[in-house]
Design a protein around this ligand. Sequence first.
Ligand SMILES: [Zn+2]
Length: 260
Amino acid sequence: MIMNFFDTHTHPYLEEFDNDRPTAMQRCIDAGVTKMIVPNVDLTTIGPLQQLCTAYPTNCFPAMALHPSSVDEQYTTKMLQIETLLNEQHFYAIGETGIDLYWDKTFEKEQKICFEQHIEWAYQKNLPIIIHCRKSFEEVMSSLQRFGKPLPAGGIFHCFPCGIQEAKTVIKHGFHLGIGGVVTFKNALMAKVVEAVPLEHLVIETDSPYLTPEPFRGKRNESSFIIYIAQKIADLQQTTLENVAAVTYENARKLFKIDL
Ligand SMILES: [Zn+2]
């Protein structure tokens, strides 16, 4: 049986792939990773992201946003360009956005302003939102709750960073949990979350070139490694790899409204 996988978060347009992008992309497609959501990072990545999605129109689907770690004193100019793009072209999601207080808290206030602007765009455009949340669960939830009503097209807590209680909260708000390579690491809190959460609320993602799963931890990550994440989810949920692939593929397809 041929298994197809949907990688809901990958960045193959980054320079880590500049030397072998076509070979790496083909390897991922051959491994059954036929659909990939490709979230933007900052203004410098828009060109490479667009090129990639044009080269792989049936495989790669762009998401647009300003990454929280790219929010700085230039944020108003940057956000204006993102907004212009969102008005000019079709994107499959707003992402990745959110709040990251792990690396740097300098622009905490600005990160919050930008995140809430992204939430507003998700409402206006009826698009799912891809949330990057690191050491910021309270802040992210309070921004979401300021809007009072659930997002019309839902979204993903990418690389889900919290425990079972938080997982229940985000599911209640209509979000999916993005499960990545961290679930394959020893003693991962995420393993406990995956055991406890029904498959219908999960999607899988590599966050390539980052967060490489075992047994390749330390190397460059790519979407073909998604099988190690899916297998770990299957083990934790005591189901088959085929079932994990099929259910998470369908979850992602519906979320991003991709009818291929
Ligand atoms: Zn990412």
